[in-house]
Write a protein that binds this ligand. Structure first.
Ligand code: AHR
Length: 311
């Protein structure tokens, strides 16, 4: 399923399989690297796919839009986009639609106004992930009056940052839990920026009296752990920490007592994605959203689960 043929019996024309263009967000996290590998491996192993044209958007929407335009010019059979942010896609999605090339969203979504410009999204239910984090926080701090929260949000304007925040605070509000969000700033889903933002939190607010850090992904949580340790506090004890993804490094931090709750985000949907894309090329109309399966893990599960982590 690898090759240089233009392929496909649709727009790609010529070869004996389909040509797919994939505009990936970037390589900002272990999750993302695992996701790129899952999609590339699945395409390579799939006889129905002649070629997967892979483009790394480096967390830059302009680069992603340029990649999609290039895929349109190359008349690929289908375009897969993992959109770095939710807004700003209308023009290029309209261009793909005008060219008759179906678009499938992988992982992240776009704003509701663009819903008619893509066929389907396969990925995580980010709001459900946020709600899982919120359920744990509501239970854990049920008897802590007005508990104090710091939030490290993902890339500003991205679907997981928007929805993980919304789901988390919706649960706290629904349950009538008294809390104060002391600060909420982005760490752009990277360890480096997560650490820098945590350092700013510590300088601005200190950590005394703050019970919880909610980090929207493992990398930012792991960066924040370094900042907390460098400030002389004990992550996981002096301040409890929730992370989202469930990488090996994240689970190891849990085993080490530095992380208290892990919400899984599953990157290994490459094979499922190939099935959806081929179905769409061949005229199928799948559900608008297909969630991938995910779990949640507390401290008593970290050690047993660590060997099972794939990324
Ligand atoms: O869109 C999924 C998120 O993107 C993952 O949680 C994060 O690690 C990645 O950067």
């Amino acid at each position: 399923a690898c090759g240089e043929d233009s392929g496909g019996d649709g727009n790609g024309g010529g070869g004996d399989g389909y040509v797919i263009g994939f505009s990936q967000v970037g390589a900002e996290s272990a999750w993302r690297t695992a996701n790129s590998k899952s999609v590339q491996d699945a395409a390579a192993a799939d006889d129905r796919i002649t070629e997967l044209k892979f483009d790394d958007g480096q967390q830059d929407q302009e680069k992603q839009i340029a990649a999609v335009r290039s895929f349109i010019n190359q008349a690929v059979d289908a375009i897969v986009i993992a959109p770095v942010v939710e807004t700003g896609w209308t023009d290029v999605l309209t261009e793909a639609s005008d060219a008759g090339i179906p678009v499938v969203l992988a992982d992240r979504g776009v704003e509701a106004a663009d819903e008619d410009l893509y066929v389907t999204r396969l990925g995580s239910d980010f709001e459900a992930e946020g709600r899982s984090a919120g359920e744990w926080a509501a239970t854990t701090f049920a008897t802590t009056p007005d508990f104090k929260i710091l939030e490290l949000t993902g890339t500003t304007g991205s679907a997981p940052a928007n929805d993980r925040k919304a789901g988390f605070f919706a649960v706290l509000d629904e349950k009538g839990v008294a809390y104060t969000l002391v600060d909420s700033q982005t760490g752009n889903f990277t360890a480096e920026e997560g650490k820098a933002t945590m350092e700013t939190f510590i300088t601005t607010h200190g950590l005394d009296g703050i019970q919880l850090l909610y980090a929207h992904n493992d990398e930012m949580g792991l960066g924040a752990i370094q900042a907390i340790e460098e400030s002389g506090k004990a992550p996981g004890t002096d301040i409890q920490i929730i992370i989202v993804d469930g990488s090996k490094a994240g689970f190891q931090a849990g085993v080490d007592g530095k992380v208290n709750y892990i919400v899984e985000c599953n990157p290994a949907f490459g094979e499922q994605l190939m099935d959806v894309v081929v179905d769409v090329i061949e005229g199928g109309s799948p559900e608008k959203f297909t969630p991938v399966e995910e779990g949640v893990f507390g401290p008593d599960q970290f050690e047993a689960e660590l060997p099972n982590r794939q990324f």
